[in-house]
Design a protein around this ligand. Structure first.
Ligand SMILES: Nc1nc2c(ncn2[C@@H]2O[C@H](COP(=O)(O)OP(=O)(O)OP(=O)(O)O)[C@@H](O)[C@H]2O)c(=O)[nH]1
Ligand SMILES: [Mg+2]
Length: 333
C-alpha cells in the first residue's frame, strides 16, 4: 500500500429513493356498473445502505465517485397491483469505518464486521392505494396516498485502521523500515523526519501460514498533543490495534526518556491506549555489538516497568523472528 492510495477520509452525498404514489384507480369492466376502487400501493423508495467488506482496506474507491442515489419506488396501479420497490444502493466500506453527519460531525454508526449492513437513509414509504380507503359510506374513494419523499444527507466516512499491531515511535526510529522487513509492503523510507505522512499496512506472514496485520504510522514527537510535528490526530489509526509495538532506536540519546515521552503523548491523546499490550523494540541494533547490547539491557531494565523489550535490526535481521514470536504471544493473550 503506497502513500498515494491510502484514503482514510471522504465526504459523500447520499439520497434515498421516493416512495411511489398509491393509485386511485377505479375498476372498469364490461357489464360491471360500479367496479369500485382497485388502486394498488406505491413501492418503497430504495435505502442507502453501508456494508462492511473485509477485503477493502481504504476508502480510495470514493475518491472520485461521491454521489449515491437509490432508486424511487414505482407507483401503484390497477388491480391492486403494488409498485416495485426502488433499488437499494450499497456503499461498501472497510471494517472500522466510522460514519458521521458532515454538518453536525455527529457519529451515526460504525461498521466493524464483514457483511454487516446498516441503513444510512431509509427510502420513503410507498403511498397506499385507494382500495384501502373504501368505507361503507364512501364506496369509491378517489383518493390515494402520495409516497413519502426520500431523504438526502452529506456524510463523512472515516477509517480507523484495524491492524493487530500498531507501530509507535519518534520520526526516524525505523518504523517503516521494520514494516518493509517484516511484510511485503513498500513504504517510503528516508533519513529524515516525517517521511511517513499516512499509515501503511502490511501483512506479516507467521509460522504455519498464520498471519497478522501491522500498521506503520507517522512519527510522534514531544508536544504532538499541542500540534507539534504532524500532531497526534493520526493516532486514531492505532486506537483499535490490539498491541502496540514501541520502536526506539539504539542510537537514541536517552532510550528511557524517549519511551516516557511516547507514553505521555499517547496518554494525552487517549488514556485507553495505555491499556493495550505493549512491547518495546530497540531498533537499529546492527550499530551495537553484543557487549553493548548486554550493557544496555541492564541499564534499561528498570525503566520499562516490566514491559517486555527486545533488540532488533531491520537491516541485519537480528531479532526479527523473535519479535514476531513475542508479538504473536501478546496478541493472543
Ligand atoms: N542501521 C540501521 N538503520 C536503519 C534501520 N532501520 C531503519 N534505519 C534507517 O533509519 C532511517 C529512518 O528510517 P524510517 O524507516 O524511514 O523511519 P520511520 O520511523 O518510518 O520515520 P518517519 O516515517 O519519519 O516517522 C532510514 O535512513 C533507515 O535506513 C536499522 O535496522 N539499522
Ligand atoms: Mg516512516
Amino acid at each position: 500500500m503506497t502513500e498515494g492510495n491510502f484514503v482514510d477520509y471522504v465526504k459523500v452525498h447520499v439520497a434515498s429513493g421516493n416512495g411511489g404514489k398509491g393509485s386511485a384507480h377505479l375498476h372498469r369492466e364490461k357489464y360491471v356498473a360500479k367496479g369500485g376502487p382497485d388502486g394498488g400501493d406505491g413501492g418503497r423508495g430504495g435505502h442507502v445502505i453501508l456494508k462492511g467488506n473485509k477485503n477493502l482496506w481504504t476508502l480510495v474507491h470514493y475518491r472520485f465517485k461521491k454521489h449515491f442515489k437509490a432508486g424511487h419506488g414505482e407507483h401503484g396501479s390497477k388491480n391492486r397491483s403494488t409498485g416495485a420497490d426502488g433499488t437499494d444502493v450499497y456503499l461498501e466500506v472497510p471494517l472500522g469505518t466510522v460514519v458521521r453527519d458532515t454538518e453536525t460531525n455527529q457519529v451515526l454508526f460504525e461498521i466493524t464486521a464483514d457483511e454487516e449492513e446498516k441503513i444510512l437513509l431509509e427510502g420513503g414509504m410507498g403511498g397506499r392505494g385507494n382500495w384501502h380507503f373504501k368505507t361503507p359510506t364512501n364506496q369509491t374513494p378517489r383518493y390515494a396516498q402520495p409516497g413519502i419523499p426520500g431523504q438526502e444527507a452529506h456524510v463523512t466516512l472515516e477509517l480507523k485502521v484495524l491492524a493487530d499491531v500498531g507501530l509507535v515511535g519518534f520520526p526516524n526510529a525505523g518504523k517503516s523500515t521494520l514494516l518493509s522487513a517484516m511484510t511485503s509492503a513498500k513504504p517510503k523510507i528516508a533519513d529524515y523526519e516525517f517521511t511517513t505522512l499516512k499509515p501503511n499496512l502490511g501483512i506479516v506472514e507467521y509460522r504455519d501460514f498464520k498471519s497478522f496485520v501491522m500498521a506503520d504510522i507517522p512519527g510522534i514527537i514531544e508536544g504532538a498533543a499541542e500540534g507539534k510535528g504532524l500532531g497526534h490526530y493520526f493516532l486514531r489509526h492505532i486506537e483499535r490495534n490490539a498491541t502496540l509495538l514501541f520502536l526506539i532506536p539504539a542510537d537514541s540519546k536517552d532510550v528511557s526518556q524517549e519511551y516516557a515521552i511516547l507514553l505521555d503523548e499517547l496518554r494525552r491523546y487517549n488514556p485507553e491506549l495505555l491499556d493495550k499490550n505493549r512491547l518495546i523494540a530497540i531498533s537499529k541494533c546492527d550499530m551495537l555489538d553484543d557487549e553493548l547490547i548486554e550493557e544496555m539491557k541492564e541499564d534499561i531494565q528498570n525503566d520499562f516497568d516490566g514491559i517486555p523489550f527486545t533488540f532488533i535490526s531491520s537491516v541485519s535481521g537480528l531479532g526479527i523472528q523473535q519479535l514476531k514470536d513475542k508479538l504473536w504471544v501478546l496478541m493472543n493473550e
